[in-house]
Design a protein around this ligand. Structure first.
Ligand SMILES: [Zn+2]
Length: 425
């Protein structure tokens, strides 16, 4: 991704204040309730000819650095799955490892699109280490891209997530990983927050980082490019819902562009029961997520098979958040059981010929629900976002690797300085 001129800017979804991008800004400075920033690109979408990676859409990515990437979403007609579900124009955006079909995300999930864009967004003079927390896929994506680009990243994960990461990524010297034994995703978030507050570090920020959302927004751009128009409906399984917001924001930009149609794709979002905070809130058209105790949240999170969807605090009520996107697009939400998810994963593999991640199983089951409920019509153009797949084809990394530091959950109250010393940072 070339180009150092920052011809785009950031705009607050609540108050409209605009900012030049410093590469890491996450929030508006004005005093108001939570709001997302959104990047605003002044020009129409230009597509780099002969480039089939996400860099094809570099004109709509926040960027300061040249990052050479082969990361590519494959968009194709899902004819067999569509026929099975009674859909005449189903398209699949496959985000994973399936080189035969043109999908080349080395860590097998759409998180790689986020990592590329977040790191490309960093200002050229940025010397601080970016701190990322993750339950798994995001960590693998950042470890892979930061290794390729030799950019300093500190990643905090539960120790449970280490083996999968180490099997996917040969972790390079610019990447330091802190693993929390017996830790949860919430523990990783909390520790990352403390580490990011130290001099020399800066928080990556998750869904609030426009790099993440615009990186994943290239999925909708790839689809509009392949289909020639915006789809009528967009189907995805959501946890933080960053991917759904990304799709929505990309669709708004494409409508502004004028060449891809005028209608926002309806967001059709699925969650894995019994952990369904967005679905529960939207079903009641509630203004905010229902409050549940951390213990109750943990208990429900433990019972979902698509564990990556267990985000307890998605930006539902924030300005520019999920509730607004569902309302603006006349969207709908569905709850999918573990059994329905497993059945959908098998169905997808049988019909389309590739293994998909549990979250993509939830998305496929959501699509089936939506068709049965009449929320999607048989002749509509539908885009199914398969957010991860192809892991079985992916060669495993077999060299022995270890995290920079393993810390016990009981030791988390020691100072972040000691932890930083422990990783030699
Ligand atoms: Zn604001």
């Amino acid at each position: 991704m070339a180009g150092s001129a920052r011809e785009y800017h950031l705009r607050c979804c609540a108050c409209g204040t605009t900012y030049d991008d410093d590469g890491v800004r996450l929030d508006c400075d004005q005093p108001h309730p939570p709001a997302l920033l959104r990047s605003v690109y002044p020009q129409q979408l230009s597509r780099a000819p002969h480039d089939t990676s996400m860099a094809r859409f570099a004109s709509w990515l926040p960027r300061s650095r040249t990052i050479v990437t082969g990361a590519r979403t494959a968009v194709f007609r899902g004819e067999r799955l569509g026929r099975h579900l009674g859909l005449r124009d189903l398209w699949i955006a496959f985000n994973g490892w399936w080189p035969d079909r043109g999908a080349t995300l080395a860590t097998a999930t759409f998180k790689e699109l986020e990592a590329v864009a977040v790191l490309a967004r960093l200002a050229p003079g940025e010397r601080r280490t970016i701190v990322v927390s993750s339950a798994g896929n995001t960590a693998a994506a950042f470890a892979s891209i930061a290794t390729e680009t030799d950019l300093p990243v500190l990643i905090v994960i539960p120790l449970d997530a280490w083996d999968a990461l180490a099997g996917l990524v040969r972790v390079g010297p610019s990447v330091r990983i802190v693993a929390i034994a017996d830790g949860t995703y919430e523990d990783a978030i909390a520790l990352a927050k403390r580490l990011a507050a130290r001099d020399g570090y800066v928080a990556e920020g998750g869904v609030r980082n426009v790099g993440r959302r615009d990186g994943m927004g290239t999925i909708m751009l790839s689809a509009a490019d392949a289909i020639g128009a915006l789809p009528g409906a967009y189907v995805q399984a959501v946890g933080s819902a960053a991917g759904a917001l990304a799709a929505h924001e990309a669709a708004l930009r494409l409508i502004g562009d004028g060449r891809f149609g005028r209608h926002l794709p309806r967001l059709v979002l699925g969650q894995n029961a019994p952990f369904t905070p967005i679905h529960d809130a939207w079903d009641r058209r509630a203004a905010t997520l229902a409050e549940i105790t951390p213990a109750e949240a943990r208990e429900r999170q433990r019972r979902i098979a698509a564990s990556v969807l267990g985000n307890p605090a998605p930006p539902y009520a924030a300005a520019g958040g999920v509730r607004e996107a569902l309302a603006a697009s006349n969207g709908s939400t569905f709850a999918v059981t573990n059994d329905e998810m497993a059945t959908a994963m098998t169905l997808f593999a049988e019909l389309e010929g590739i293994d998909v991640e549990p979250a993509a199983g939830v998305a496929t089951a959501t699509l089936a629900h939506a068709v049965r409920a009449g929320a999607i019509a048989p002749d509509e153009t539908v885009l199914l976002n398969v957010t991860g797949g192809g892991r079985r084809l992916r060669p495993r990394v077999t060299v022995p690797q270890r995290p920079a530091l393993v810390i016990d959950r009981a030791q988390l109250d020691i100072g972040p300085d000691l932890i930083a010393d422990g990783i030699g940072a």
